[in-house]
Design a protein around this ligand. Structure first.
Ligand code: AOF
Ligand code: ZN
Length: 364
């Protein structure tokens, strides 16, 4: 039997593989799988774009007949349901795996304990809970979608050291440097959706894509909160909607405009109130979104903080000051007491060239 520390070492490697899938596998979780025999890794797999093949299918394919007698390290309980292929738990049994180490149980009702049971009933030695916290954190978006019917929201802010994101006249180009901007694009690649308010679209006509070399195909789907339906067919997010999967939430109805946008591939979603983030996020979850990056502006950030939907904050901070006449990264919260201030736990800090990235997680 492998020792605990070896189990953790291999599981961490499997988590590294799982991370590759973030932003490409929704509505599925990003899973990693490593097959080890006699101390040698004989198969590596991770969930493929679109969610299939599953990690185990890829790893078993690599190992072939050598999988007999191997130990499988899987970052999520192997599935127990029939999808495009049979259940992964059965595939592991059929391949002759003798031991299966898992990080965390799958909350999807089609799996939830059944995957582990298939393995155990077939005589495979099982161990669950290795690197559990890390694995649950990695797939927090999937877990939230399945258990709370909403995606994980990360608010991304690039501000001056006094928390401003633009001059009063709206000029917001180049607040942070190139390293921070590259990191921001990597964050985009790891998300399924990127959400902005219509103010940002009208002011900047942004692409909201990932322009990192080699990751150009990993741009998240743009989501626009556009109560009065101001998005025009000429905007870039409308023009590229067919390939990007742009979704627009609006409350004002305008049949001609909706039709013109739909013709370009924009998905128009009429809701009672685009400020009702609970309703918006439930619809996003229903559409398969698990991880959504919120990129402005200040009003939208404020509404996410106020509603308790800012699960994480990625704060890029530049060593510059704009002053109180600049536009704030977070709009009015209308707080009467400090005790009501949304608060977060600092997770990591890193220096990116002349800037700082501080990552925060909502304090529960
Ligand atoms: C695994 N390995 O790599 C993934 C799993 O739509 P389907 O048929 O692909 O099933 C999606 C469900 O499969 C998803 O909700 C989750 O329970 C599981 N995902 N399972 O064994 C994987 N991505
Ligand atoms: Zn599976």
């Amino acid at each position: 039997m492998a020792s605990t520390s070896l189990d953790e070492t291999y599981m961490k490697a499997a988590l590294g593989l799982a991370r590759r899938g973030l932003g490409t596998v929704a509505p599925n979780p990003a899973v990693g799988c490593i097959l080890v025999k006699d101390g040698i890794i004989i198969g590596r797999g991770w969930t493929q774009p679109g969610g299939r093949p599953h990690a185990e299918t890829m790893a078993l394919g690599q190992a072939g007949a050598a999988a007999k007698g191997a130990t499988a390290y899987v970052t999520l309980e192997p599935c127990a349901h029939v999808g495009k292929t049979g259940p992964c738990a059965e595939a592991l049994v059929n391949a002759g795996i003798s031991r299966c180490v898992m990080a965390v149980s799958d909350p999807d009702w089609r799996v939830a304990g059944k995957g582990l049971a298939i393995l155990a009933n077939a005589g495979v030695e099982t161990r669950n809970g290795v690197c559990e916290m890390e694995a649950a954190q990695l797939n927090r978006g999937f877990f939230l979608r399945v258990s709370r019917e909403r995606p994980l929201f990360t608010v991304k802010i690039a501000s001056t050291l006094d928390g401003r994101i633009a001059l009063e006249n709206g000029d917001s180009k180049w607040i942070t440097g190139s390293e921070a901007r590259r990191f921001g694009h990597m964050l985009r690649a790891q998300h399924d959706g990127i959400l902005v308010g219509s103010g940002t679209v009208l002011a900047d006509d942004p692409m909201l894509d990932c322009r990192l070399a080699g990751l150009e195909g990993r741009s998240p789907a743009p989501i626009i909160l556009d109560g009065t339906l101001q998005l025009k067919p000429s905007h870039k997010l409308a023009q590229r909607a067919a390939t990007r999967g742009t979704v627009v939430f609006h409350q004002v109805r305008d049949a001609a405009k909706e039709a013109a946008l739909q013709k370009l591939g924009v998905e128009t979603v009429a809701v009672d109130d685009t400020r009702d983030l609970a309703a918006v996020s439930a619809i996003l979850a229903e559409r398969g979104f698990t991880r959504v990056l919120v990129e402005g502006g200040g009003q939208v950030h404020a509404s996410f903080l106020k509603a308790g939907f800012a699960d994480r904050i990625a704060h890029f901070s530049a060593a510059k000051a704009i002053g109180a006449d600049g536009r704030p990264a977070i709009g009015d919260l209308g707080l009467a007491s400090l005790g009501d201030a949304p608060h977060f736990n600092l997770e990591t800090i890193r220096q990116l060239g002349p800037d700082i990235l501080a990552s925060y997680v909502k304090a529960e």
